[in-house]
Ligand binder design. Sequence first.
Ligand SMILES: [Zn+2]
Ligand SMILES: [Zn+2]
Length: 349
Amino acid sequence: MRALVVHPGVRDSLDLIDLPEPPAQDGPVLVDSLAVGLCGTDVEIVAGRYGLAPAGEQGLVLGHENLGRVREAPATSGLSEGDLVVGVVRRPDPVPCPACAVGQWDMCRNGRYTEHGIKGLHGFARQRWRVEPDALVVLDPGLGDLGVLLEPTTVVAKAWQQVHRIGQRAWWDPKVAVVTGAGPIGLLAALIGVQQGLEVHVFDLVTAGPKPDLVRRLGATYHSQSLPDSGVLGDVLIECTGVPEVVLDVLAYNAPDSVTCLTGVSSIGSQVPVDVGALNREAVLGNNVVFGSVNANRSHYTAAAEALRKADPAWLGDLITRRVPLARYGDALAHHDHDIKVVLDLQAT
Ligand SMILES: [Zn+2]
Ligand SMILES: [Zn+2]
């Protein structure tokens, strides 16, 4: 079968090659790949800056955002041939640590978790894959191709779940949400904020392309100015860029008692002058919480599936700006103006 394989740590080693069928020890459920979504993590892995091959191997099959259809499943698994499924990306560490032991592998304490297509487990950019039944989430068949958006939606499903849990520390009645970044994660964060009845403000630099209109179609407000210039004070802030200047803005400009979730992974090494005293004063006198969040356990997949089920399919469809056959993976990974989510089509020839 065809598979998109990278040698982690080796820049531009990505190649489409033939691999043997997935081995039986990977699990009893055989899945036909339908689609793989691409994101910044894939770009980092292809650039040789991130990623880890499975133990004893040199190559890593790329692809973590995924959608597939069950081809074979044991009768006892609760799965049937034809089920539309998504593979859970992160798997518990083998010890397991106390968090992984209770199914919260997203909170792993020892760092020995694995992730399909990222860290120690092959990804989904191959024609077929096998997993254990408990590593799959079954989707509403009506979601169709849009199911490839499930994994990125888990990022923000978890962020929102934890924002509200943290908010419960005291009186909590959020009205205004700020989302920084109008890429797939920011737009999906805004979607969930609107679904919860909040007044949502999305901040991004661009003034052209599809992003401003996608925000407006949600009933949210789009800003191409900076957060401080806008005067908007969020009760909830979801930072989706990882850009140091933007991170500083959400730390410094927010409402009293606000909760801020950081979801963007920044590159290391850029230095921005910061008045730590002012930030500390703001946080103390404002009862502010700032927390980081990485996805995702099964409960977040369930919450994300519910958010997608309630969303307008036409709006979700417009997040996928390009669908590219697997054979043209190089074009899929190349940056095009106005890209939001680019998806590899594993069924196209
Ligand atoms: Zn991703
Ligand atoms: Zn763990």
